[in-house]
Design a protein around this ligand. Structure first.
Ligand code: KQY
Length: 362
């Protein structure tokens, strides 16, 4: 496929909101043993459940490394396309392309550089050479031309409303471990040009102890233009309290690209969750990957859900607030079917449902 030398803004392409119609989505199959305990078997069951649930609403493609192909093929029904592809880990929200479209419904991709959430000194593993090729491989399978802005960016670090507004965090995008040579203004310029954005809203930090350096997709999201869900706690002693309060205050002061004030809904987080001794002992310790230790706080948030065509696939933590979060989504999105999946095995790898799916707009 072709690498385009112009920019999406020049060509009239933009990134639609996730809540807009999709032709389908991609997921990658988990297999590395220093992220996914017990040879990734428990995580594979949950990834399969997520893929099967999304496939009720849209076409799902699962990318899988060659040695796992048969296993994945057996665990997934025939309506899910399974294709062989190499990668270092299964977070296609971050190593995959972002898909953009124009008003005629033509599609293109944006391929960012990837450094495993922070590069050699503070990233989560080394090497990430195969992750770096995932986006271009997906676009070539999908037969879609693309742009390459030449900066590090993960899909989970931004959310857009499809009408000119982008939300992100300073903790991630201004982190010295991403694009140390670019100023905030330069980063803004690239986002505006390559995602066709008019207004960027900078929140300070993402969810407490999020190993991505504060991806916004775990903290808050758009469910429609102007309507934001924000993870929340009323416990002033929880370090998440200050983070959510600060985000709430910034969002409350802001307007979006169309000049609208935001309607912000607080979604209470589950009670703090930690990696257990037994879970940590099921991991193979990698020499060049992040150590996951018993007692580590997990960055659990209901916000990390996926919006498919008329379906919401959201995490469940077997917590007191599971039902409340689900009810709130149903109330706000009455036309959607809401599925909750117990995703602790994805959470143990440092993310949740949104982080493992990449949508292709209609
Ligand atoms: O937030 C996301 N988009 C992905 C989480 C990646 C975790 C890496 N272990």
């Amino acid at each position: 496929m072709q690498i385009l030398k112009s920019t999406p803004k020049q060509d009239g392409f933009y990134m639609p909101g996730e809540f807009e119609p999709h032709v389908g989505c991609w997921i990658l199959w988990p297999e590395r043993k220093d992220t996914w305990r017990l040879n990734a078997k428990p995580a594979q069951k949950v990834f399969a459940e997520v893929a099967i649930t999304i496939s009720k609403f849209e076409q799902v493609t699962v990318g899988v490394v060659n040695k796992e192909y048969l296993n994945a093929r057996k665990m997934l029904p025939g309506n899910i396309r399974v294709v062989e592809i190499s990668y270092n880990d299964a977070w296609v929200r971050d190593n995959g392309p972002l898909f953009i479209k124009n008003n005629r419904g033509e599609k293109r991709g944006v391929v960012w550089n990837f450094n495993a959430w922070g590069g050699i000194d503070s990233g989560l593993y080394y090497p990430w050479d195969q992750d770096s090729l995932v986006a271009e491989k997906i676009l070539s399978i999908e037969k879609i031309d693309y742009y390459k802005p030449g900066i590090i960016l993960e899909g989970g670090s931004i959310h857009v409303d499809g009408e000119g507004t982008l939300i992100t965090t300073e903790e991630c995008l201004l982190n010295k471990n991403r694009n140390p040579d670019l100023s905030k203004d330069e980063i803004e310029e690239i986002l505006c040009e390559y995602l066709n954005i008019e207004k960027i809203i900078w929140l300070k930090r993402g969810v407490y102890n999020d190993e991505t350096d504060g991806h916004v997709d775990n903290l808050c999201c758009f469910i429609k233009p102007g309507i934001i869900l924000l993870t929340w706690t009323d416990d002033k002693n929880d370090p998440q309290y200050e983070i959510s309060l600060n985000a709430f205050e910034r969002l409350s002061r802001e307007t979006d690209a169309k000049g609208r004030k935001f309607e912000i809904h607080k979604i209470l987080q589950p009670k703090p969750l930690y990696l257990s001794k037994e879970e940590a002992s099921g991991l193979t310790i990698g020499e060049t990957s992040k150590l996951r230790l018993p007692g580590d706080r997990l960055s659990a948030s209901y916000i990390n859900f996926y919006i498919s065509n008329k379906g919401i696939i959201m995490p469940k933590f077997n917590d007191h607030y599971d039902n409340l979060a689900k009810r709130k989504l149903k109330e706000l999105l009455p036309d959607y079917k809401i599925y909750q999946i117990y995703t602790r095995e994805i959470l143990l790898g440092g993310g949740n449902i949104h982080c493992i799916v990449q949508q292709i707009p209609f």
